[in-house]
Write a protein that binds this ligand. Structure first.
Ligand SMILES: Nc1ncnc2c1ncn2[C@@H]1O[C@H](COP(=O)(O)OP(=O)(O)OP(=O)(O)O)[C@@H](O)[C@H]1O
Ligand SMILES: [Mg+2]
Length: 635
């Protein structure tokens, strides 16, 4: 079982290098260049319609003014007015259409981009070395797919379009205002500076609480995740009240941070609103004074149109300031996503592969297309451009192997052994001695720190990892079952196994009898990691899975620890039949399991301290003897 950090730390909500990250996001959107260009054009149409609409508003007002003041005949005025209003409506309609098209195009861009990002993340995750997962909690990895992608979606489909649209609006409105009256625009600019300063001040203060709010959410999520998984332990030790207490505290902090952050966010709107009203009044009064002094050419219609524009000027400003925090969070999330995508994949420079083999009359090994039950190492020699085949034997050799998971903390020290093909080796020793580590090195979940591992005389570094792992079925210490039927789970060992082969494997692992008693037999659906099965049944299934793989080498890590002694004896018989002539490593705490192995390695503190058959070790009267006779309990 994985251990978890008690309270996962808050993750940064500020990007380290916004520019680089943004460029990388754009890289993901490359495919959608035309969508983006069209969306921008449609956005321009939208902004343009707002300005155009304003121009026709002014014209309509002028028509009315001329009717009232200059005495233009009613019929003529009405016709002109109708014309102007009609054009104005058409312009606004086209603008709305542009806005809709732009949104729809950007939606395609954002969902498509996220699809690509998620797929790439998952593909990368499947190729990462085991060590990557050692260093991270599940919650941390999950949040790349949830929180971080969500923030990214928000930014692509909402944040950036809003900002772009706002900037376009500001520029367009500004230009039109200058055309209407540079003098009045000056008033607006002064107000604008005041507004920007206010946004800067409040936004700056607020962003601190915004960071706190994000951290609080992360912390609460981590806490909930941990206690969902640990609920049984909580109840066993009566920790409910303490757990609730802990959550109250975290939840309280979150509440405070949220209140502060939202206060700042909400203060901004009314302040900006009021400032823009003040601006409106000041401009209106100034405009009226200018008109009465005869300094404003367009008169009242121009002033009214100008005032409408100035209202449209401050709105996008508020919008930009509101999007800012969201964009920063998204960039920080995108940075973490990119970090995952740039993680070095599990390296594999192996070139020796494992193939199905046949021996012809002359005794030469040739490659076969079908499963023959015999294997050969296919060795390609680049120098001579030739391929040779070597018989697969199943000999495993460790030569002075040392290993450390973390630098400076040796776990295996100078381990050497030679396992003859077809023998059954038992690894015994106390908890934490390094038994699982030996198997982790054998299938290259990790690479040796020092020394060499040879498989049929070939350094395993030269063997392609897929083939190395295909050559050995492992029943891991942590049983994991996938969502799906019992049959699917057994077939996981070898996807082309027929139904008959799956059932034979279950028979061999002695799992058949319990499977047949299940409601739907082999088609019974397993829920979340097989919680609807007992531990022993789960283990039987994982052994059946290994049996279905029908591999040359089998590694059983504590595979029989939850199984009763009688079933265990039956499995052993089945396995012995399956593994005849193949190499087996079996790790067990129960000495009865290891008794009939060909050779037993007793491992302590990362070293093999005794080795030999059961009888030899008993005769030695060493540590194994003490363990076996019960003078010494395994810890
Ligand atoms: N992923 C890891 N990162 C760091 N240290 C590890 C890791 N896995 C195991 N260790 C350390 O390596 C040592 C050997 O662990 P290993 O799992 O090989 O023990 P084991 O003999 O299989 O024990 P058990 O009988 O409990 O399964 C332990 O001290 C453990 O703390
Ligand atoms: Mg172990």
């Amino acid at each position: 079982m994985k251990t978890r950090r008690i309270h996962p730390g808050a993750e940064s909500v500020r990007p380290e290098n916004s520019f680089k990250t943004f460029a990388a996001i754009l890289g993901f959107m490359k495919k959608y260049v035309w969508h983006i260009v069209l969306a921008l054009l449609a956005g321009l149409v939208n902004v343009g319609s707002m300005l155009g609409g304003n121009v026709f508003l002014r014209r309509s007002l002028t028509v009315i003014e001329n009717f009232v003041e200059a005495g233009v005949p009613r019929a003529e005025s009405l016709m002109l007015l109708g014309q102007n209003v009609g054009i104005m409506l058409a312009i606004y309609f086209v603008g709305a259409l542009g806005g809709f098209i732009s949104m729809r195009l950007l939606l395609t861009v954002s969902t498509g981009t996220l699809y690509a990002v998620r797929t790439q993340m998952f593909e990368k995750m499947e190729r990462l070395p085991i060590a990557y997962f050692d260093k991270r909690t599940h919650g941390e990895i999950m949040s790349r797919y949830t929180t971080d992608t969500d923030a990214l979606r928000e930014m692509i489909s909402n944040g950036i379009p809003n900002i772009v649209n706002s900037v376009l609006t500001i520029v367009g409105v500004f230009v039109l205002m200058m055309v209407y009256s540079p003098l009045l625009t000056l008033f607006v600019i002064v107000m604008l500076v005041v507004m920007i300063l206010t946004v800067g001040l409040i936004g700056g203060k607020g962003s601190k609480y915004f960071v706190l709010q994000q951290a609080g959410i992360a912390k609460a999520n981590g806490y909930i995740e941990e206690y969902v998984e640990g609920q049984k332990v909580v109840q066993v030790f009566n920790h409910e009240l303490k757990t609730i207490e802990g959550f109250r505290e975290i939840n309280g902090d979150l509440c405070k941070a949220e209140t502060s952050a939202q206060t700042f966010a909400q203060i901004l709107m009314p302040i900006m609103g009021n400032l823009s009203y003040i601006n409106y009044v000041v401009t209106a009064v100034a405009g009226a004074l200018l008109i009465s002094a005869g300094h404003l050419e367009g008169g009242a219609p121009l002033l009214i149109s100008f005032l409408t524009l100035s209202r449209q000027f401050s709105m996008p400003l508020t919008q930009i300031s509101q999007q800012f925090n969201g964009v920063m969070t998204a960039l920080a999330g995108a940075e973490r996503i990119l970090k995952l995508l740039n993680e070095a994949p599990e390296s594999d420079d192996g070139y020796v592969t494992l193939v199905n083999a046949e021996t012809d009359e002359k005794g030469n090994i040739t490659e076969a297309d079908t499963r023959t039950g015999k294997w050969a190492w296919k060795h390609y020699h680049r120098m001579t451009d030739t391929t040779t085949y070597a018989e697969w034997k199943g000999e495993v050799e460790f030569e002075n192997v040392s290993f450390e998971y973390e630098p400076g903390k040796p776990v295996l020290k100078n381990v050497s052994f030679l396992v003859k093909p077809g023998s059954k080796i038992a690894l015994v020793g106390s908890t934490g001695a390094g038994k699982t580590t030996i198997t982790n090195l054998l299938n290259r979940f990790y690479d040796v720190t020092e020394g060499k591992i040879r498989y049929d005389g070939i350094n395993i570094q030269k063997i392609a990892k897929d083939d190395l792992r295909r050559s050995m079925a492992m029943v891991l210490q942590d049983v994991h079952l996938f969502t799906g039927s019992v049959r699917d789970n057994i077939r996981y060992g070898r996807s082309d196994a027929t139904d008959a082969e799956v059932e034979a494997a279950a028979e061999l692992a002695n799992a058949a009898s319990f499977i047949e008693r299940l409601e739907n037999g082999y088609d019974t659906e397993l829920t979340a990691d097989g919680v609807n099965l007992s531990q022993g049944q789960r283990q039987l299934l994982s052994i059946a899975r290994a049996a279905a793989a029908d591999p040359p080498v089998l590694v059983l890590d504590e595979a029989t620890s939850s199984i009763d002694t009688r079933t265990e004896a039956l499995i052993e018989q089945g396995m012995d039949r399956l593994m005849r002539g193949r190499t087996v490593f079996i790790i067990a705490h129960r000495l009865s399991t290891v008794r009939n192995s060909d050779c037993i390695f007793l491992i302590e503190g990362g070293e093999i301290i005794e080795r030999g058959s059961h009888d030899e070790l008993i005769a030695q009267k060493g540590r194994y003897y003490k363990l076996y006779t019960g003078a010494f309990e395994l810890s």
